[in-house]
Design a protein around this ligand. Structure first.
Ligand code: 15L
Length: 276
């Protein structure tokens, strides 16, 4: 049963794509939201907004005061040059975990990614799911930063007793945009269901879960997410016809690797900046 008042939640990176889906749906489930981002979006909703960088300790301390759970989404969401990933995703994630402990926040939900395992070949998992026991095989510096976040969460759990769930998010968008996303699609509704389940499940220890819908062709194992209360309702196969005409070349990285063309992504030059 959904509580009328599940509590107070901070979402970092709340103005971004996944952040917008989550803050809208979680507010509908009764969460009191505080949102931290570099800008206030055009559709801020009822949430309290703090404009600031996760690298700014004072902004983080203000954002984390009196919250029950943090959803940490703020990050560069694709490949970039290492220095940019180091600042936003690696150093930034450290700062969020550290501030959570400082503020006494008991639970952090970390937005990891399917790109932690992007270099596995799809053929290896034909007809079965990849579980979290498979060693990480990140496909980018971006994927490496998400492996770091998972390891950091494990450390903060063991050292400080922080409750942590790392969600290996697939493609969180209104509908799959490519054939590969038929496997990794994470519908906005299912994303809200999973994060709500992880935020409310009693006795969360340390978990890594896959964040995908109940797609017929999904390769991410949903056993852990279901055990923690996730009940996905969507399945990408209703969109399969959109891609049925496309040729399937087994040597195409999009087909060959779980991470698709992230395995061939080259970072932009150092003097180029990434625009969110
Ligand atoms: C991710 O981790 C990215 O943040 C997102 O932009 C998508 O590209 C997604 O993975 C994906 O694999 O499609």
């Amino acid at each position: 049963m959904v509580s009328d008042d599940p509590g107070r939640m901070l979402i970092t990176g709340a103005a971004g794509g996944v952040g917008t889906f989550l803050r809208t749906g979680l507010a509908e489930l009764g969460w009191h939201l505080r949102c931290l981002d570099l800008r206030i979006p055009d559709d801020p909703g009822e949430a309290e907004w703090i404009v600031g960088d996760i690298g700014d300790e004072a902004a983080l301390d203000a954002a984390l005061a009196d919250v029950d759970v943090v959803v940490h989404l703020a990050a560069i969401p694709v490949e970039d040059h290492f220095d940019a990933i180091l600042h936003a995703n690696i150093d930034g994630t450290y700062r969020v975990f550290d501030a959570a402990v400082r503020a006494g926040v008991p639970r952090v939900l970390f937005a990891s990614s399917n790109h932690t395992v992007g270099y596995y070949e799809r053929a290896e998992f034909a007809g079965r799911r990849i579980g979290i026991e498979a060693r990480p095989r990140p496909d980018t510096f971006y994927g490496v930063s998400k492996v770091f976040g998972e390891a950091l969460g494990s450390f903060y759990h063991d050292r400080h007793g922080l409750q942590v769930a790392c969600v290996r998010i697939g493609a969180c968008c209104a509908r799959p945009l490519t054939r590969r996303m038929l496997d990794t699609w994470f519908s906005p509704g299912d994303a809200v269901r999973l994060f709500h389940a992880l935020a409310t499940v009693p006795d969360l220890g340390y978990e890594i879960v896959y964040g995908v819908s109940a797609n017929r062709t999904a390769w991410g194992d949903l056993e852990a997410s279901r055990r923690l209360g996730y009940e996905p309702r969507d399945d990408s196969s209703v969109f399969a016809d959109l891609f049925a005409h496309e040729p399937v070349d087994p040597d195409d990285p999009e087909v060959r690797f779980l991470g698709g063309d992230f395995t061939t992504a080259t970072p932009p030059r150092r003097d180029e900046t990434y625009e969110v």
